[in-house]
Design a binder for this molecule. Structure first.
Ligand code: F6P
Length: 320
């Protein structure tokens, strides 16, 4: 491999810049060239490709977002589009590609590998919903951001003796909700994976906790369930306890990455380049059982993981 391309795809995540920096500098340290591809696969198709040197990644390890910008690119599912993208890589001398993103982005990376471009995926998403890995870039920062926001809501919720419904990100996955629910000592955690829609049970629980003297009632609600304002209104109407909804939103996707996100994201970037140098392709970097490892992309995509059942049942016991 002589020239490595790097792109970020799907939702951005704090720590992606640390990965880009690690890819660029590891490649340069090994005498390779690096090209940055702007706006994910969409930018690749538009040939938005820039040369990168050591200085192009200065002052970014501490910054959220991605200096390469990102996009979702539904048309990348089409075989002819994938072939065109591989041809563009070849035309620009890119013979190794690092794709930072989620499952959808890995599917695209795998197709590029079939079309003759050596590709390595790196899991970047605040959702933690990539089955092959216990760590995804940005989750640590996102849960810390959400946790701090929920602490603040809790202060005012207690002063006013209210019920607060706080919606965290995760359209399809409840990891942020579960971790914040535990970290913030929430009375209730609603995740897409477990919620059965039984509002009466929530209402009963609000009334019960009032009886034992609880001053607030924190409900962490995952975005996938949504309707936080509606839920607040219904709880207030049924219990007489004032209820307010807060949607934390995209604040969770930004901000300076935590130390863990900077270090793990850097390690994954460096390891991706190591794999390309060793002639590997169609692999994804993962962090599993305390170690950085790599898997075949298709094997990784076929893996399943559930929202940690122990953490979930523990959270219920701790919220009494
Ligand atoms: O995948 C990351 C994520 O932030 C999800 O938690 C959320 O559901 C989704 O992206 C939001 O996407 P968008 O920023 O495109 O609205």
């Amino acid at each position: 491999v002589k020239t490595i391309g790097v792109l970020t795809s799907g939702g951005d995540a704090p720590g992606m810049n640390a990965t880009i920096r690690a890819v660029v500098r590891t490649a340069l340290a090994n005498g390779l060239k690096v090209k940055g591809i702007m706006r994910g696969y969409a930018g690749l198709l538009d040939e938005e490709i820039i040369d990168m040197d050591a200085k192009s990644v200065s002052d970014i390890i501490n910054r959220g977002g991605t200096i390469l910008y990102t996009a979702r690119c539904p048309m990348f599912k089409e075989p002819e589009v994938q072939k065109k993208a591989a041809d563009i890589c070849k035309k620009n001398g890119i013979d190794g590609l690092v794709v930072i993103g989620g499952d959808g982005s890995f599917q695209g990376a795998s197709r590029l590998a079939e079309n003759g471009i050596n590709t390595i995926g790196i899991p970047g998403t605040i959702d933690l919903d990539i089955a092959c890995t216990d760590y995804t870039i940005g989750f640590d920062t996102a849960v810390n951001t959400a946790m701090e926001a929920i602490d603040k809501v809790r202060d005012t919720s207690t002063s006013h003796e209210r019920c607060s419904i706080i919606e965290v990100m995760g359209r399809e996955a409840g990891y942020i909700a579960l971790w914040c629910g535990i970290a913030n000592g929430a009375e209730e955690i609603l995740t897409v994976e477990h919620y059965d829609g039984n509002e009466q049970r929530i209402i009963d629980s609000v009334l019960e906790k009032r009886k034992v003297g609880k001053k607030h009632h924190i409900i962490v609600n995952a975005e996938g369930i949504g309707d936080s304002y509606g839920l607040a209104q219904r709880i207030e109407a049924a219990t007489g306890v004032e209820a307010r909804a807060t949607i934390i939103g995209h604040i969770q996707r930004g901000g300076n990455p935590t130390c863990k996100d900077r270090v793990y994201a850097s390690t994954m970037g460096a390891k991706a380049v190591d794999l390309l140098i060793r002639g590997k392709t169609n692999r994804v970097i993962a962090y599993k059982n305390g170690e950085f490892v790599d898997f075949d992309i298709q094997e990784a995509l076929a893996m399943k993981k559930e929202l940690d059942p122990y953490l979930y049942s523990m959270a219920k016991k701790l919220s009494r």
